[in-house]
Write a protein that binds this ligand. Structure first.
Ligand code: PLP
Length: 387
């Protein structure tokens, strides 16, 4: 018998990938499936970005790069953050990694160990809790509530800090809820954090460019008082429809950048070179495709929220960002998992149960509206017929 390490028993997963696999299997049997499960843009990576990667390969950029990423890419990241958030970033504090997930893995590995506490949003991206559990730290949920439009309460976050708290993970705009956090709440949180100088913050800002109805992104990098303990996670996956390229970055506190790079050396050496060139072109080239994509998401958002609110037993708050709707489904009398399974098997609509995002996701299911308006309308029609 092979004897695997005990901590592997605590490692969780991301159910969206299981739903994707099941949806694929049903399609292979000839069933028609509308996929509102997986969280990735249905648009193609813009051509000029693809061309940049091809050119990089033709130019001979196929070897290892520095583990933290090529300098011109890190400089482009710093310039982009200055343009978008008005902040000064030293390119030496930027570490380029294969996707947003890798930053979260590194950050949790840095602080997670038995005896430590790490706070994470619930419902939230499932990998946070999975990796906290894996490290043996205590996972402390920050409960996000529908009546608060799924924004955290700064008072609640601050009240949960103990002498053992090492890291607080926050995500806005959020997966799976589409919730965004108002600036006043961020201000309050940052004020309160002054009393807890040993606590680091991982700000997952991967949906920072996907905001609707005039909402503006608040980046934690904008708060000078905590810059020495903010890890800001962002990347190209969502903004530039590049999920499969595997490209992300973080701005680390200067004191942690070398440790993050050391983890990169141990783990993946570097991101593949042509993808880094593509990422550079994405940041420095025209942004029209990003704006068009966000506009399309906004249109779909309006359609899906209005349609979901017309399903008996459903109630959906307006998501302010990302590309997810997270309706309350308690009125159907079904658990989130039962409803997810029924919608997939009987209606041919892939969604993800709220419980895949934490215990506080019971009573909700996630719809990714990264699909055409036509498909969204058809999916709702099928759901109504099924229920
Ligand atoms: N953070 C959040 C909140 C996400 O929803 C996702 C992906 O769904 C990620 C990070 C990971 O992004 P990537 O595909 O770049 O690893």
């Amino acid at each position: 018998m092979l004897q695997l390490a005990d901590n592997l028993k605590r490692l969780g997963t991301e159910t969206a990938f299981e739903v994707l696999a099941r949806a694929g299997a049903l399609e292979a049997e000839g069933r028609s499936i509308i996929n509102l499960g997986i969280g990735q843009p249905d648009f193609k990576t813009p051509d000029h970005i693809v061309e940049a990667a091809i050119k990089a390969l033709r130019d001979g950029h196929h070897g290892y790069t520095p583990a933290n990423g090529i300098l011109p890419l890190r400089e482009a990241v710093a310039a982009d953050l200055h343009k978008r958030h008005g902040v000064e970033v030293n390119p030496d504090d930027v570490v380029v990694v294969p996707g947003g997930k890798v930053t979260m893995f590194f950050a949790i590995m840095m602080f997670g160990q038995p005896g430590a506490e790490i706070m994470y949003p619930d419902p939230g991206f499932p990998i946070y809790k999975s990796v906290i559990d894996y490290c043996g730290a205590k996972a402390v949920p920050i409960v996000l509530r529908e009546e608060n439009e799924f924004a955290f309460s700064a008072d609640e976050v601050l009240s949960q800090i103990t002498p053992k708290t090492r890291l607080i993970i926050l995500n806005s705009p959020a997966n799976p809820t589409g919730g965004t956090v108002p600036k006043a709440e961020w201000d309050k949180l940052v004020d309160g954090l002054a009393a807890h100088p040993d606590v680091a913050i991982l700000a997952d800002e991967i949906y920072s460019q996907m905001l609707y109805e005039g909402r503006e992104h608040v980046s934690l990098l904008q708060y000078e008082s905590i810059r020495d303990r903010v890890i800001m996670l962002d990347g190209w996956s969502k903004t530039y429809a590049m999920t499969g390229w595997r490209l992300g970055f973080a701005v680390w506190p200067s004191a942690l950048a070398a440790t993050a790079t050391r983890l990169a050396v141990n783990c993946h050496s570097c991101v593949n070179a042509p993808t880094q060139f593509a990422g550079m072109t994405a940041l420095t080239g025209p942004q029209d495709a990003v704006h068009e994509m966000v506009q399309a998401f906004d249109e779909r958002r309006r359609v899906i929220v209005s349609e979901l609110n017309q399903i008996a037993g459903f109630r959906c708050v307006d998501p302010g960002g990302a590309f997810y709707a997270f309706p309350n489904i308690e009125g159907t009398g079904l658990s989130a998992r039962d409803l997810q399974n029924r919608l997939l098997e009987e209606a041919g609509v892939a969604t993800v149960a709220g419980t895949s995002f934490g215990d506080y996701g019971e009573g909700y299911i996630r719809f990714s509206y990264a699909n055409s308006v036509e498909n969204i309308r058809e999916a709702i029609k099928r759901i109504k017929a099924c229920l």
